[in-house]
Design a binder for this molecule. Structure first.
Ligand SMILES: Nc1ncnc2c1ncn2[C@@H]1O[C@H](COP(=O)(O)OP(=O)(O)OP(=O)(O)O)[C@@H](O)[C@H]1O
Ligand SMILES: [Mg+2]
Length: 423
C-alpha cells in the first residue's frame, strides 16, 4: 500500500518557520519560539505526519500537564486527523487516554509531564516535547531519552524560554554536536500570528526582560540582581559629574571587538570617593583609536592608571601585538596595569564595588548611560539544579561595563594580595 502524503490533505498550511523546522533532517530539533507562534500546531502536525507515514509507529506529544494537552493539543489533533477518517485510516480514538489508533498500526498519544510514571517503559518512534522549559529537567534526561534510544526516534523540543535552564541546555546542544542537533529561534513577530499593534502594546506595557523572553523567545535571566545596592537616586547625581582637577585620574577598561570595548573615566579623591565622570563604548575599534579616545577625553591630562582586563594581553592575530602592549606603547608601562587572574577574582571585584556602593563612595555621572543600565541589569544566572552561581552572567550586555568598573576598583582597592603583572 502506498502511503498518501498527509500534508496534501490537511486542513491548514504551515507557516514558513514551521515548514523550515518540519523539513529539517536533524534527529533532534529544538525550537525556541515566542508565545502564540504556532509551536503546538507544529507539534501536532509532526505526530500526524509520523503516524500516517510510518506504519506501526508510536508517536507521542508530552505537554506540561495532562489537562493542558487535553484542552489544546487534543482538540487540534481531532481536527487534523478528521480528513483521514473518510479514507478509513483512523481505527479508533480513545479520549480518556488521549489516544488515536490508526489502521496502519500507528498510535498517537498525548501525555502530561505531571505524570512521569505514565511515561516510562515504552519504545517511541517519534517524540514531541511541548514547553520543555517549564517541565522538570528529568523528564527528558531520565524518562524520555531512554524511550527514544532504541529506534533513534526523532525528537522535537518546542518551548518559549524560561531563563538559562535545561531548555537552554538542549538549545545549545547544536554547538556541541551539530550533526544530530539543530536549533531554531522564532520571534512572535516573525511568526505573524499576533497582530503587530498588539506586539507594540505588549512591548510598551511589559518589563523589557519579560517581553524579550515571552515574545522574542530570548534566553534572559531573572536571577538575582548583582548590585542590589545601586540606585539612581543615591548614586547618580542630578547634574553631570565634572572632572576634578585636583583628584587622581584613572580609567577602567574591558577589551572587546564584536562586543564593545568599554572604557570608564573616573576621579578618586583623598577620601577614596570614586566618581565615574565619563564612559567610552565602541565596537570593532582598534586599540590605537581607543587610545586616542582616552587621550582626548580630558585635554591636557592623561590618566595615571588604566586598569585592564587581563584577557587584553592575549595576542591579536591580525595585529601581531597584544592590546595591553599597544596601550603601553601609547601611555607608558606604569600607566597600563592589570591584575592577574586568580580563583575568586570576579567575586572579589564585585564585592569592592558593592562596598563602595553601600557606603555611598561611588558615584556615576548621568553622562554614563551604559554603565548605569549595566549596574541595574547585571544578574546572576538562574540557579541550576538549585545551585546558585556566585559568578554573574556574561549576558553580553551589562557584563562589559561592569567588568571595566571591576578592573578599576579591584586594581585600585585590592582586597586580596593579587600579583601585579610585571610583563
Ligand atoms: N500554520 C498555521 N496556520 C494557521 N493558524 C495557525 C498555524 N499555526 C498556528 N496557528 C494558530 O495560531 C494560534 C497559536 O498557535 P499555537 O497554539 O500552536 O501556538 P503556541 O506557540 O503553542 O502558543 P502558546 O505559547 O500559547 O502555547 C492558534 O490559534 C493556532 O490555531
Ligand atoms: Mg502551545
Amino acid at each position: 500500500m502506498t502511503e498518501e502524503a498527509p500534508t496534501a490533505r490537511l486542513p491548514y498550511a504551515l507557516l514558513p518557520w514551521q515548514r523550515r523546522v518540519k523539513v529539517d533532517p536533524h534527529r533532534f530539533r529544538v525550537v525556541a519560539a515566542g508565545r502564540r507562534s504556532g509551536k503546538t500546531v507544529l507539534g501536532v502536525d509532526e505526530l500526524v505526519q509520523g503516524a500516517a507515514q510510518v506504519p506501526g509507529s508510536v508517536n507521542w506529544l508530552i505537554g506540561q500537564t495532562y489537562g493542558a494537552v487535553k484542552d489544546i493539543a487534543w482538540a487540534l489533533l481531532m481536527q487534523y486527523i478528521a480528513p483521514f477518517r473518510p479514507h478509513g485510516r483512523i481505527e479508533k480514538t480513545v479520549e480518556s487516554d488521549l489516544l488515536v489508533k490508526w489502521t496502519n498500526g500507528s498510535v498517537i498519544q498525548l501525555k502530561g509531564a505531571d505524570k512521569p510514571d505514565s511515561l516510562r517503559g515504552v519504545k517511541l518512534s517519534r517524540l514531541v516535547i511541548d514547553e520543555y522549559a517549564i517541565m522538570k529537567r528529568e523528564i527528558w534526561d531520565e524518562v524520555l531519552q531512554p524511550a527514544t534510544s532504541d529506534s533513534k526516534a526523532p525528537v522535537l523540543f518546542l518551548s518559549t524560554p524560561a531563563g538559562y535552564n535545561h531548555f537552554y541546555d538542549v538549545y545549545a546542544m547544536e554547538q556541541r554536536n551539530s550533526s544530530d542537533w539543530k536549533s531554531f529561534h522564532v520571534k512572535a513577530s516573525e511568526a505573524g500570528i499576533i497582530p503587530p499593534e498588539e506586539l507594540v502594546r505588549a512591548r510598551r506595557d511589559m518589563d523589557p526582560r519579560v517581553f524579550a523572553q515571552e515574545y522574542e523567545a530570548n534566553f534572559t535571566t531573572f536571577g538575582g540582581q548583582v548590585f542590589t545596592d545601586f540606585s539612581r537616586e543615591r548614586h547618580v547625581p542630578a547634574s553631570p559629574i565634572p572632572f576634578l582637577v585636583n583628584a587622581e585620574y584613572v580609567c577602567g577598561m574591558d577589551f572587546g571587538w564584536s562586543a564593545p570595548t568599554v572604557v570608564l573615566f573616573a576621579n578618586i579623591d583623598a577620601q577614596e570617593n570614586v566618581t565615574v565622570f565619563a564612559e567610552y563604548v565602541k565596537r570593532e575599534t582598534p586599540i590605537p583609536v581607543i587610545g586616542l579616545g582616552i587621550k582626548n577625553m580630558v585635554p591636557g591630562r592623561a590618566p595615571s592608571l588604566i586598569a585592564c582586563d587581563p584577557a587584553g594581553s592575549a595576542k591579536s592575530e591580525a595585529a601581531g601585538l597584544d592590546s595591553i602592549s599597544e596601550l603601553r606603547a601609547i601611555f607608558g608601562w606604569p600607566v597600563v596595569r592589570y591584575n592577574t587572574n586568580h580563583p575568586g577574582v570576579i567575586q572579589d571585584g564585585v564585592n569592592v564595588i558593592r562596598k563602595w556602593l553601600r557606603n555611598g563612595k561611588l558615584k556615576v555621572s548621568k553622562n554614563c548611560p551604559q554603565l548605569i543600565m549595566a549596574l541595574e541589569m547585571y544578574r546572576y544566572p538562574d540557579p541550576k539544579d538549585n545551585v546558585q552561581s556566585e559568578v554573574p552572567l556574561k549576558d553580553g550586555i551589562s557584563d562589559h561595563a561592569c567588568d571595566a568598573l571591576r578592573m578599576l576598583m579591584s586594581y585600585r582597592f585590592p582586597q586580596r594580595k593579587t600579583t601585579v603583572s610585571s610583563i
